[in-house]
Design a protein around this ligand. Structure first.
Ligand code: UDP
Ligand code: MG
Length: 340
């Protein structure tokens, strides 16, 4: 469970959470552009850079930045826990009156963050980025478009089309989300779930600054399935309907067989048709078992109650107000304190 409520009286106005896995090429530019944009806007910030088990120089880069700038906190997870878990680790330690989530690969332009803050200051609780253009491959774009439309067709909750995690949440929204008991965190779904005053802000999504996407097609499909299973009972109902449909078909066929046996005796020899029916029913059953299995997998994960992430160390120039809330019992943190 997350730690106690963050004290935000003395903290920064906005906390910016950036998950990073092997982003050594973009860290410095991100830091430079982000701080420049926020200074120009006159908004006080803290940046929580979450190193999600990087295997390149990302960890050293963000440590160096955290050592030089007391607004930056470096959080190192004990291994790779995945994007959503890394974001959760940052959110749990953010102390700002609002929290911004953004990717570490410069796809979410740092210059848009002050615009999010501006809309928040007009009184909105959630300001999410809506992608006007995606500079990604056709296949990926089609996949995303298909996913969001499928989602809205079958889930119990409509998430805004073409919005990702990039966005800002007010402290009260953050507190609600942090204390939701779910460990499988599909943040854009949870953010929609909690409600409050929400608004979209259109922006142009850039191409990756450098490096390659950490989500291959398989990982994206997994994220999509986990999201759907967490937020929709429709696939289970679909199984029931499939079952009903095959029962009705079976009864229809039975009627036909009886009538034929009685009056005409013209029943076909039927090897091929039997095989087709057997295969069809077997695959319907396996498919249904698979769907049920997905739900059981999530129940299993939740019931085990393992933490969403584990922090190995946290590095900050330990200034007052930059400590963040106390870590939960499952996380071991070491805090470096450096002389100025
Ligand atoms: N990321 C992470 N852990 C992972 C995979 C990705 O922290 O296991 C970070 C990654 O460094 C980036 C963000 O999550 O800052 C989004 O990942 P990516 O750009 O690979 O995804 P895409 O933009 O292609 O959807
Ligand atoms: Mg990206």
């Amino acid at each position: 469970m997350p730690g106690p409520l963050a004290t935000t009286e003395t903290g920064p106005t906005v906390s910016i959470v950036v998950p990073m896995r092997d982003e050594q090429e973009t860290v410095d530019e991100l830091y430079r552009r982000l701080t420049a944009a926020m200074e120009a806007a006159g908004v006080s910030i803290e940046i929580l850079m979450v190193d999600d088990g990087s295997t390149d120089a990302t960890a050293d880069r963000i440590d160096a930045i955290a050592d030089a700038d007391n607004r930056v906190v470096a959080i190192h997870l004990s291994r790779n826990f995945g994007h959503q878990a890394a974001v959760s680790a940052g959110i749990d330690r953010a102390t700002g009156r609002a929290v911004v989530l953004m990717d570490g690969d410069l796809q979410d332009p740092p210059e848009v963050v002050p615009l999010l803050v501006g809309v928040w200051q007009q009184g909105y609780d959630v300001v999410y980025g809506v992608r006007r253009h995606r500079k990604e491959g056709l296949l990926k774009r089609l996949g995303y478009a298909g996913f969001y439309r499928l989602w809205n067709a079958i889930s119990d909750l409509d998430i805004p089309l073409d919005s990702g995690d990039f966005g800002l949440m007010d402290r009260r929204v953050v507190e609600v989300i942090r204390f939701l008991p779910e460990r499988m965190r599909f943040l854009r779904g949870l953010r929609t779930f909690v409600g409050f005053r929400q608004i979209g802000l259109p922006y142009d999504r850039s191409a990756r600054g450098a490096g390659s996407s950490k989500y291959d097609l398989g990982a994206l499909i997994e994220l999509a399935i986990d999201g759907l299973v967490s937020f929709s009972g429709y696939p289970l109902r679909l199984v029931t309907r499939l079952g009903l449909a095959t029962i009705m078909t079976a009864f229809g066929l039975l009627g036909w067989v009886l009538v034929d046996a009685w009056f005409r005796h013209s029943a076909p020899q039927g090897w091929a048709s039997t095989i087709v029916v057997v295969l069809f029913l077997a695959s319907v059953q396996l498919f249904s078992l698979g769907i049920i299995g997905e739900y059981i997998r999530l129940i299993f994960l939740e019931v085990k109650g393992r933490p969403t992430y584990i922090i190995q160390e946290r590095r900050t120039r330990a200034e007052a107000g930059h400590e963040g809330p106390a870590p939960g019992p499952h996380v071991a943190t070491r805090t470096w304190t450096r002389e100025r």
